[in-house]
Design a protein. Structure first.
Length: 462
């Protein structure tokens, strides 16, 4: 499948029933306005010489009357407001007419409780309208904020190119950001970058690697992927997610040493197995929107067996990086805004403590996640499935609703490190593990977890 060349092709890529919004299909707003001060008729708000002719030529060339086409359509069974940019109309630039159309689209979305999906292809703000164009970015951000406050999801698909203010508002400001392969994506367009800039940095793939895009999706898969996201974000589960059943051993550990050893076994069930057990399908967020990713933290939304949606943030058994904590905080806040309950899976030896983690803000990132969970506007359920190493694990725990599997431990610090801190001989680590009372049964007695989950009951029909 070819990459869409214009706004209408982009719409056809994701929906078969696009209906343009009333009042957005006419001439570009302000096209026939005089500006006073000697400006030529139709030359826009700052009287740019020849702007009216340029706009007319762009309309003839593109078949569009402005740089956006706005309407509604069904994508994967979910109705959404669609805003598709026409790059052939003055480079998909954002002017007053663009701002007015996008504002009307957001207002329609709020009035009809619909998500907003933007198919971007823009070079940024329109030079011919000067600061009157640039302030449209504030207008777009304001509309997005109102839609966000209304609890409606916003998704963006980055086409080629997506640069300037369009990327910095409608693109990067969306809840979920998808991109087509090879798309040019960056705040700086190709004509304003430093001469020696690495062009690879301004690509969808680079933005994905650095935590600013959730997925790069081939054109032929976009309809299905976008439809999955829209469906998941539109159908929140009611009430807290029940803690999953234990997938590993079910007998209690006899000692602290045994609990630690069981949690560290390579064959112990990890996050992927639990997520596959809980959800029938999933869509994952990627990145902290601050330059980082952590493959050891899985965050996203999944469909429960009853068809409703829960969010999840799951540690995968590695030391959690600052980007992982920030991504989880992003997930918890988004889920709260959309009314979607959250399940967290705790499994980490602790927060990453190398020099790079400190430079990346380990402390602030952990604090951010503690705050997101404490302020969560939806129920959060946590399950300790393996190692619970100190504050890096506790940051994902749900106050009053944390559970444990028998294959787990939770400790103020790893027994070996506690032994070193207390200046005890290394061989005292096993005794220290017992003294820390880190077994699941100990955690219940201490009031740290609500209970220890068991295996799924056998089906009486089998």
């Amino acid at each position: 499948m070819t990459v869409p060349a214009n706004a209408r092709e982009a719409l056809a890529l994701v929906t078969d029933d696009f209906t343009e919004l009333p009042g957005t299909a006419g001439p570009s707003e302000g096209a026939d306005e005089g500006t006073g001060g000697g400006a030529d008729e139709g030359d826009g708000p700052i009287g740019w010489p020849g702007y009216g002719r340029a706009r007319a030529a762009a309309a003839a060339r593109s078949g569009a009357s402005e740089s956006v086409v706005c309407g509604t359509g069904t994508v994967g069974g979910t109705r959404t407001v669609l805003v598709s940019f026409e790059f052939a109309f003055l480079g998909g630039s954002i002017g007053e007419g663009t701002g007015a159309r996008v504002a009307a689209a957001h207002a329609h979305a709020r009035a009809h409780r619909l998500p907003v999906t933007v198919l971007l292809a823009t070079g940024g703000s329109r030079m011919h309208e000067g600061m009157r164009a640039l302030v449209q970015l504030q207008r777009l951000a304001g509309e997005s904020a109102l839609t966000r406050a209304a609890g409606l999801p916003q998704l963006a698909v980055l086409r080629d190119p997506t640069t300037g203010g369009g990327w910095a508002t409608l693109g990067a400001g969306s809840d979920v950001v998808l991109a087509l392969p090879g798309a040019q994506v960056g705040f700086a367009g190709s004509r304003v970058r430093p001469a020696d800039a690495d062009p690879a940095a301004y690509t969808a793939e680079s933005q994905l690697a650095h935590g600013h895009v959730d997925a790069v999706v081939p054109a032929e898969e976009l309809r299905a992927v976008l439809g999955r996201w829209l469906s998941l974000l539109a159908r929140p589960a009611v009430g807290p997610v029940p803690p999953p059943y234990a997938l590993g051993g079910t007998e209690p550990s006899a000692s602290g040493r045994e609990a630690v050893a069981r949690a560290r076994r390579a064959e112990r069930p990890r996050a992927d197995r639990y997520l596959a057990e809980v959800f029938t399908e999933r869509a994952e967020l990627s990145g902290d929107r601050a330059g980082g990713t952590d493959p050891g933290m899985r965050c996203g939304f999944g469909r429960l067996p009853d068809g409703s949606t829960a969010a999840y943030a799951a540690q995968c058994g590695t030391a959690t990086r600052p980007a992982g904590f920030r991504t989880a905080a992003r997930l918890v806040r988004l889920a709260g805004r959309l009314g979607i309950p959250v399940l967290t899976l705790i499994d980490t030896p602790g927060a990453a403590n190398d020099a790079e983690a400190e430079r990346a803000g380990a402390g602030p990132a952990i604090a951010d996640l503690f705050g997101a969970v404490a302020e969560a506007r939806v129920p959060v359920t946590a399950l300790l499935v393996g190692e619970g190493g100190s504050g890096g694990a506790l940051a994902l725990a749900a106050p009053g609703n944390t559970w444990a599997t028998p294959d787990a431990y939770f400790s103020v610090i790893a027994p070996e490190l506690a032994t070193a801190i207390l200046k005890l001989p290394p061989e005292e680590a096993d005794t220290t593990a017992d003294r820390l009372r880190l077994r699941p049964v100990d955690l219940v007695e201490l009031g740290v977890v609500r209970g220890v989950v068991g295996a799924r009951p056998a089906d009486p029909e089998h």
